[in-house]
Structure formats: structure tokens, C-alpha cells
Design a protein around this ligand. Sequence first.
Ligand code: ATP
Ligand code: MG
Length: 496
Amino acid sequence: MDHRVYGVETEFGLTHRPETGRGLPPDELARYLFRPVVEFGRSSNIFIPNGSRLYLDVGSHPEYATAECDDLIDLIASDRAGERVMHDLAVEAEERIHRDGFTGQVYVLKNNVDSAGNSYGSHENYLIPRTTHFRRLSGILLPFLVTRQIISGAGRVVPAEDSREAHFAFSQRADHMWEGISSATTRSRPIINTRDEPHADAANHRRLHVIVGDSNMSTATSLLRYGSTDLVLRMIEAGVPIEDFELENPIAAIRAISHDITGRAGVRTRNGEQVTAVQIQRGIFQRVSRFISEHGAHHEHVDQILELWERALEAVESGDHSLIDQDIDWAIKKRLVEDVSNQRGLGMDHPRLEQIDMAYHDVNPDRGLFHLLVRRGRATDFVTDEQVTRAMTTPPPTRAAIRGEFLSTARVYGAECTVDWVHHKLTDRPLEAIMVKDPFAQHDERIESLLDRLGDRKNHLRERSLHERIQQGVTLALTDKYSLAPGTVVPEPPLI
Ligand SMILES: Nc1ncnc2c1ncn2[C@@H]1O[C@H](COP(=O)(O)OP(=O)(O)OP(=O)(O)O)[C@@H](O)[C@H]1O
Ligand SMILES: [Mg+2]
């Protein structure tokens, strides 16, 4: 597909560190964090005006799922907007906690393992044609995803355990994957999840659900991660043959690769060959490059993605990690950890280094170490504050725009509504639930006419300025797009 819909779901780690004693239990802390969400949407599982979903599962890992995006920069900005939402909620939660007589700070971490060893995810969603042969898809995509950590892993300080010494690994998630492909997400944690929920026209499309990725802080790394995966999918869809990297044991391979930062860990393919992650990635990279030179780039960031991809492989192969230590999360973090360990004379097993690993993922823009490195010019970041602010209030130009407008209009008229990725329903007109199956659609006449029945939108609605919205709520993402023009009398909803 030249034109694809993407979405990323991020689960965040949440901790309270009081001045003395134990912090609040995780579920209580999560309730503090989500109080403004519940006040805004009367539920802890809501869609918000920018088209994204904010969600607190039974556990205590708040989740933000970006709206459907058809552009990688929109996707990355929307994902960063999710970090900003979590940060704003944490600031508010901390204030409430203090008002309730507790001390200390609230940390929201965009990482994938907590200090107790629990893992939480960063799931990618790619719209693919239903005609894509699943066996062929997995034959090519699995080896790509198993080895993708060397170009887009978040890096991890791994503490000593039994016979294993403390060391630095490529990935946070690799040790927590248990299966190659399956339809379960929590029980078995597959790399590719096959649960068939396309959130689109099921006759023509699938939603490919990839569960294996690390949460990235660096926007350059995110671009490479989603951009390279899209390119590989594009080649699969075009029928280019690349089946010779199928792995004998993908789960053993993903772990072996993660724990050998030289990139030389050997893994066995099904044809009995011993190969390294760099060899697999190089093989795929070369075919992608050839494919692009034959078919042309399908968006403006392809050259940048290929340049970064090649440089990352060169860095791993040569051992000269300085080639990517401003762009790729694991290398940025590794340099930071090495700097601290050299300056302070700390061994790799020193607990301070694990804390640095966690602090790298702190979403607080003033305190988080990734953000600090950006300010010091030690890490690149190409999504601007303006783009993130926009992504907090404005849906991307996909079906999310319809959802955002529907929610914003219903809210200003005080009309109760429910939505999900596909459905739109006004509660007092339940028979008129409208499905928008096309994730690229930006306009839907049926929804327009349903909203028209709420009132004369043109004359009633006034769009709030950014300044007004900033004044309005805890976080920009939980503010209303519209207010009613002065003198507007909202008609009573007609009885069904
Ligand atoms: N047709 C589509 N193709 C690709 N991605 C989509 C499509 N429709 C929605 N998405 C994206 O898929 C993600 C769905 O997130 P959500 O958290 O609801 O996932 P889920 O797998 O349905 O459910 P859960 O997290 O509850 O298991 C969002 O990021 C959304 O933007
Ligand atoms: Mg989800």
C-alpha cells in the first residue's frame, strides 16, 4: 500500500516516590492520575477531541492510543502528544496528592519494564490489504521484527542475575516475548498478534498488530522504526521474494540478539544457516533500497529513513556507536550510561545506572534525561513543540477528524455520545449509530446531518483559541474545541 494508516498504543509506567516510606499503591496512584480524565469524559476509557484514546485498564498502566494517522510525522507527533498528556496529568495528580497530605513526586515513564520486572508494551498498528498472504507476511516480517531492535531498540541496563553479569542490551521488550505469532496479547505475548479486528472494511483490510517494539523517546528512532516496517510491508505487498531469513526459533533469537551489543550473536535460520542480526537487517535493507530505486519513494521521508537505517547497521557492525549516539535510543542511552559510569567510577552492576535507564524515559520535559540531552544538543529531535501542541488538540486528517468533530460538537451541545474507532452514536438516538469503516475518510455526510440536527452549528459554535483552551483544563488534550456563541439557546433534544 502506498498509502497506509498507522496507530501506536503506548502503556506507561507509573510510580510515586514520597519523601519517606512507601509510595501510594499503583491502582490508587492510577486513579489520582486519571481523575481529570474521568471528570472530562465520565469514564476511564475515553476518546478525546484529538481523536485518540485514553485508557486505564484493570492494571495500573495508563495507555494512550494515537488516532489513526496516514503520515509518519503526524504519528510521531501524536505519540509525543500522549507523553505530554501523561505529564500534564502527573503534575495535576502530584498537586492533588499533596493536598491530600502526602508528599513526594509522581513519575510517568515511557518504558517497558519496571523495577519489579513487569513488562508493558508499545503496540504498532498497520493497515494492510486483506489479500496479503499471512504465511508469506510472517515469513518475512518475523525475522525483520526479531532483528529490528538493533536499529530501534530503546536500550536497557540489565542487572546481574545468576550466572549473567550486568550488561547493556539493545531491547527492553525482547525478554518478554513468548511466541512468534498468536491471537492472544497478554497470555503469550506474541511478536505479531493475529486477532482479527480490522477497525476497517474487513472484506478488504486487516489491521496488523505488532507487539514487539520498545517504547521510543527519540523521534528519529521512531521514524526509523515505523518507516522501515512500512517499507518492508510495502515490499511484501508488492510480492518481492525475501523468504530466506526465516528463523528456526524466533524467540530464542530475539533474546540472544538483544543481549549481545556487538551485534554478532549467531542465530539459525530454517535452512540451517548461522547468521547475525546485522546480516539479516542488511539483506532486508538492500532489497528495500533496490525496491525504492526501482519503484520510487512513496513519501518524503523515505531517503531519511534509508540513510538512518544504513548508518545504524554500520554503527553496529563497526562497533562505532558514535555514528548514531544522537539518533537511536539504545545508542543515546548507552553513551549516557557510559559517561556516568566513567565519571563516577561505577561498575555496570551499580544500581545508579539502572536509575539512569529509567530516568531516560521520564516524560517530564524538565526532568527526563532524554529531554535534557536534547536541550544539550546531544540528541536530535525533529518534532517541534508547535507540532505536539497541535497534535494535542487537532486530529490528523483521517477518520480521526470525523471522530474529533463529532465529539467536540456533541460536547458543546451537551449531547451524550459514544464512539469507538469505527462507531459514532448519540445516546438519545441509539438507532442512528453510524459506522465509518474507511480509516482514510475525513468527512461523512451521515454524521454531518446527524450533527446538524443538534442545532445550527454555523451560528451557534465559536471555536476556542489556543489561549482559551490552555486556561480551560488540566491538559490541552482534555479541553473543548467549541463554546456556544453568546445568546445561543440550545434546543431540547427531540424525543425518539
Ligand atoms: N484500520 C486501522 N488500521 C490501522 N490502525 C488502526 C486502524 N484503526 C485504528 N487503528 C489504530 O489502532 C490502535 C487501536 O488501539 P486500541 O488500544 O484501541 O487497540 P486494540 O488492539 O483495539 O485494543 P486493546 O488495547 O483494548 O487491546 C490505535 O492506535 C488506532 O489509531
Ligand atoms: Mg490498546
